[in-house]
Design a protein around this ligand. Structure first.
Ligand code: MG
Length: 246
């Protein structure tokens, strides 16, 4: 019925790009935050300005990761060495925290402006999972998870939430480390071998593979099925409803 192997008793869902169409909001926020910095960096150093690419740079360097890890990884790839700074650096300060805080402010503003769009096939699938008596958790690096789920009207469907806020409190490593997914399974009282992972990010499917979960479903929103498989997806689909059989 649900397209999952026997023995799976629960599902762990990434949020942005799996449940909600918010990956685009994140990509746009990263682009604005990084491009403003890269433009100044180009003027200061003479290095040519190359804008952040919302598809390739997003997927390769930042998608699915904790915000600070994303900032650090992308800037390192561009050869821009910034000091870490501190968590309360004002948004836009030329530090890893300053740029990360700017990105978060932009996400907040875009969420206010544009609202949250739900992938209808995902909502149907999660309801079917619930109706079949399987456990459900959201595992997202986003610090805005609670707010986005509420705005999407999906909050009631999940028994547990492991998000950027919880990861910070508990010192959990970000994806591609399996820490957050392992915490999600534990919150549902499940072993990894009893849980399926649903992910659209390369770092996320890699986390599912690293945690030895029963099944890793790659959700392909960007036309990167092969890369999802290479990073650990057992199957790749473009819509969760494809798993529902009549
Ligand atoms: Mg995602």
């Amino acid at each position: 019925m649900l397209g999952l192997p026997d023995g799976v008793r629960g599902c762990l869902f990434d949020m942005d790009g799996v449940l909600t169409r918010t990956a685009r909001i994140h990509a746009a926020a990263w682009r604005t935050a990084f491009d403003d910095f890269l433009r100044e960096h180009a003027e200061r150093t003479g290095v040519p300005f190359v804008p952040f690419d919302e598809v390739t740079d997003y997927e390769r360097y930042v998608d699915g990761k904790k915000r600070l890890d994303g900032t650090r990884t992308f800037l390192a790839a561009r050869g821009a060495d910034l000091p870490e700074g501190s968590p309360d650096d004002p948004p836009g300060t030329p530090t890893l925290y300053g740029l990360s805080n700017r990105k978060n402010d932009l996400v907040s503003a875009y969420l206010d402006e544009r609202g949250v769009e739900v992938f209808e096939g995902s909502a149907r699938y999660v309801r079917a999972v619930r109706d079949a008596g399987l456990h459900r958790a959201v595992v997202s690096s986003s610090a805005n998870t609670e707010r986005v789920l509420a705005a999407a009207g999906l909050a009631d469907l999940f028994e547990a939430r492991i998000d950027g806020v919880v990861a910070q409190e508990r010192g959990l490593a970000g994806k591609p480390d399996p820490d957050m997914y392992l915490a999600g399974a534990e919150a549902l009282g499940l072993k990894p071998a009893e849980a399926a992972v649903f992910e659209d990010a390369l770092a996320g499917v890699a986390a599912g593979r690293a945690g030895d979960f029963a099944f890793v479903v790659g959700v392909d929103r960007l036309g990167q099925a092969d890369a999802l498989r290479e990073h650990g997806a057992d199957i790749v689909i473009t819509d969760l409803a494809q798993l529902l059989r009549p």
